[in-house]
Design a protein around this ligand. Sequence first.
Ligand code: GAL
Length: 355
Amino acid sequence: MTKKNRWRLMVLLFISLFVGACAPAEQAVKKNPEKTVVAANDETVKIGFSMDTLKEERWLKDQALFKEAVEALGAEVEIVAANGDDALQITQAETLIQQGIDLLVIVPHNAEATAAIVHKAHSAGIKVIAYDRLIKNASIDLYVSFDNERVGELQAEAILELVPKGNYVYIGGATTDNNVHLIKKGVFNVLQPAIDQGDIKVVYDQWTEDWSPEKAFLNMTEALAANNNQIDAVIAANDATAGGVIQALAAQGLAGKIPVAGQDAELAAVQRIVGGTQTMTVYKPIQILTEQVASLAVRMAKGDTITTARAVNNGKVDVPSILLAPIPVTIDNLQDTVIKDGFHTQSDVYGQAAK
Ligand code: GAL
């Protein structure tokens, strides 16, 4: 082979390697469950999924749909859940790393404490994707979630339209979860002008440890007592806490009389919307999140470098990020959103009368 041809071959080889490795994030891995997808070591790609909890309804969907999505790509997945226990989440992740996973996906319980897991994974040459919740102060490789600030804005827009003047209560989520700060920022992006004008007053504003409905019930009971039941609207960070809020309102004969916002489109919340005790929720199509993360995880495990249009700073690095669009849901678009997507069935939502 002439020197010239040898050079031409080298250049061609280089181009094909470079183009293959740096394809943009949206280029999905072809679904081929028949064929297993192999990592650099020729073994079937194995993804580890470390979840905070399965307590809220949505996480059961994340667990099932992520498993389905990874396996549909011909890869394997090992899923563990830490029941809100930081030490257990770290131990479980260590075990996944020792089991030889090719990539680790994490839903952190505690945004700060989980940084330790990232260091361990990277020391073992394993990349890390933060799923739905950001991990703080660690060099994570990718962050994929819904736009949580937009979640808060959608909640506040829906309630402000119904209650342009009056006393508001804000029931936030668990401060260990970075999402709660983004959601709250979104809520006040929308409410602040009305607050500054003196049209609305936030008379109670409290976080809810571990997103507990019981704690949300106690907070809302306290808010009602402290304001002589003079409350005109409530924004709760998710449907689980909104459920606790509505129980407290019901105890004062106010359920259905005061607009309440939630998030997650839980079945009980959608039934409450049909029954009139909850005003809206924010639907996040989990199917899209799981399919995107599964595709990206498998590609990264195979050595691909992912480029994204956005980055989010987590206190240490600008993390390449993908933020999906959340969808506001009221009684008016229930059919065209959660029912149409099969997130809930017609009979589940309308079958039983909402409490
Ligand atoms: C958040 C998540 C919400 C909510 C909550 C409680 O991080 O984005 O969907 O359910 O956790 O687990």
